[in-house]
Design a binder for this molecule. Structure first.
Ligand code: ARG
Length: 598
């Protein structure tokens, strides 16, 4: 349908251009969209309204031109001008049937390789070692993974990079806390949880010492509140030692990273998430002096009150500090180095891997980092980066009351959340179908539980606030993974009953619900391309949900196994099989599994 839409759109534009005497800067293609209501046909062109205004002609006159240029096209049965100047297009059943037959033969289900020849880096998940891994990181993991799968399917060469937060001031604190308060058994059981406990404990101790040493008025920066608590001084010394390569501190730092990676990897394994690289912040550490030198040498950064700063007045953004007045580098410096490596612009000497020469870079984080990435990308432009730089941000997720035990803030134990999801889905599977054996119930619970958690993150526009509740995520009604997974299994069971079903069939579109289903099926590539372009996975969720509901309307009105004639039965079975494949592929692009029997 995409090809048809652009063919019709180009024809329409050419006819208008000729009519108006080939005006300069005339669009080469008018947009053809899905019609909003059945009485408007299947497709619609609305561009005549605006063009009429620009060229001071009556809109219906232009619409008539377009209509007469498109009438007689083999794919169309009717072309009408409607309202103030819309052109409504009705697709021919023969055309729909022929395209469905082609779709059924296509292993790619009509997906076009729009990303072919383009390299793309996607940075997602990227948790911090020994700092809270919060539910935001889970969202980033799930959204990022759905995007990497979708982008790969669209032909991009995707490099998935887990930009671990494995460098920074927290390590001085951790080293001190580890030596003082380590609970070895707790560390052995869950190093991430124990490191977090140590980190929190350090903060409490620091607070207490600050109290003892007299507290300055609130709101003042740490540096200006008089002498730092002794424990903080100690942490700074350990950090300096670590940075200077002290073997003992380095060994501890490496241990923290290795053990944390192990815990993260187990979560990824369970979620089916893969990365090509784990280039954490520390991978760029050696580059940082060069980055700042380069920025100052090129006049991009300047000295300001002892710090090195990029002023971004042109972009109406606050200044970006690339080196602090104490000489230290920060998140900004690391990210400039990272961006340079990803896009292959200097200074990428000492690069850990790459340069990747990517044409598109996506970074998936929560909304709180919007300003940082605006600043970073503005600096990127000044460095001469021409790649598309996209901050794929998402709103924070709230856990509804009583959802799961949370530690401070929104910190949860991810494995516990996933366990709970599987437990609940396993129980529901047993209630749904008491005949299931233990192993089957468990497997359904795993697939549905993980699917529910993922889909809950993916199905809402990522820029809205999401509240997580078990009832909503696991509901069998509405736009949820369990609904889609059960719909898929039901379709599989219909197909099993038809066995042996004809492998190839001519499609007959006799009922309106049949035709609706045909139109929805053909729209799959459109939905996937939209996700690839806008990095918004919910568009694919919306599509799949609509496909499933359209199927259920079809199934309620059109007998499949008991169709009136054998050719009609074969045609309906072919449509049904295509729905199953499209649901499975589509959910697969979102990182969600399906089962044939549930
Ligand atoms: N580690 C960061 C955090 O947890 C996310 C990193 C995102 N990627 C980047 N290149 N800055 O907030």
């Amino acid at each position: 349908m995409l090809e048809l839409a652009s063919e019709l759109g180009q024809k329409a534009a050419a006819a208008l251009a000729a009519h108006l005497g080939s005006p300069p800067d005339f669009p080469v293609e008018l947009t053809v969209v899905r019609a909003g209501k059945p009485e408007f046909g299947d497709l619609q062109i609305s561009g005549c309204l605006q063009l009429a205004k620009q060229h001071q002609r009556p809109p219906r006159e232009l619409a008539e031109r377009v209509a007469s240029a498109l009438r007689g096209h083999a794919a169309l049965t009717k072309v009408e001008v409607a309202g103030p100047g819309f052109v409504n297009l009705h697709l021919a059943n023969g055309w729909l049937a022929a395209h469905l037959a082609k779709r059924a033969e296509d292993p790619k289900l009509g997906l076009r390789p729009i990303g072919q020849g383009q390299r793309l880096v996607i940075d997602f998940s990227s948790p911090n070692v020994a700092k809270p891994m919060h539910i935001g990181h889970l969202r980033s993991t799930i959204i990022g993974d759905a995007l990497q799968r979708t982008l790969r399917a669209l032909g991009y060469e995707v490099i998935a990079d887990n930009h671990l937060g494995d460098w920074g001031t927290q390590f001085g604190k951790l080293i001190v806390a580890y030596r003082r308060w380590l609970d070895a058994a707790a560390y052995a059981a869950d190093p991430v949880a124990e490191l977090l406990r140590l980190y929190v404990k350090f903060g409490e101790e620091e607070e207490q010492q600050r109290g003892e040493h007299g507290r300055a008025s609130p709101g003042e920066a740490e540096e200006e509140t008089g002498p730092a608590p002794p424990i903080l001084e100690e942490a700074r010394r350990e950090l300096v030692k670590l940075q200077a390569g002290d073997p003992e501190n380095r060994a501890l730092w490496q241990k923290f990273i290795a053990d944390s990676r192990h815990v993260f990897a187990a979560v990824y394994e369970r979620l089916g998430v893969r990365f090509d690289h784990w280039l954490g912040e520390s991978a760029y550490h050696a580059m940082l002096p060069r980055v700042v030198e380069d920025l100052t040498g090129r006049g991009i950064a300047v000295e300001s009150r002892g710090a090195k700063v990029v002023f971004l007045e042109e972009e109406k953004l606050p200044p970006f500090i690339v080196q602090k007045s104490d000489g230290g580098y920060n998140y900004a410096t690391t990210d400039i180095a990272t961006l340079a490596v990803r896009t292959g612009v200097p200074p990428w000497a000492y690069m850990p891997a790459g340069p990747f020469d990517a044409q598109r870079v996506l970074v998936v984080t929560d909304e709180r980092q919007q300003l940082h990435f605006k600043q970073l990308f503005a600096v990127g432009r000044r460095l001469g980066i021409t790649a598309s730089l996209e901050h794929v941000w998402f709103g924070l997720m709230r856990m509804a009351e009583g959802t799961i035990k949370t530690r401070e803030g929104n910190v949860i134990h991810l494995a516990e959340l996933l366990d709970e999801a599987e437990r609940r889905a396993t129980r529901a599977a047993g209630e749904h179908n008491p005949d299931l054996g233990e192993a089957e119930r468990k497997e359904i619970g795993r697939v549905v539980g993980l699917g529910a958690v993922k889909y809950n993150d993916l199905s809402k526009d990522r820029q809205t606030l999401v509240t997580f509740s078990w009832d909503k995520a696991l509901s069998l009604d509405g736009n949820t993974a369990p609904y889609l997974q059960y719909a898929y299994a039901r379709i599989c069971s219909i197909l099993r009953k038809a066995d042996p079903s004809p492998s190839r069939a001519a499609i007959e579109l006799t009922l309106p619900t049949e035709r609706d289903l045909a139109l929805r099926l053909l729209a799959f590539p459109e939905a996937v391309e939209q996700v690839g372009r806008s990095a918004r996975p919910h568009l694919l969720c919306d599509y799949l949900f609509e496909l499933a509901t359209t199927f259920s309307n079809f199934y309620a009105s059109a007998p499949v196994l008991k169709a009136e004639t054998a050719p009609l039965r074969a045609s309906r079975l072919a449509l049904t099989a295509l729905v199953a494949r499209t649901l499975r592929e589509g959910l697969g692009l979102l990182g969600i599994e399906v089962l044939d029997r549930m």
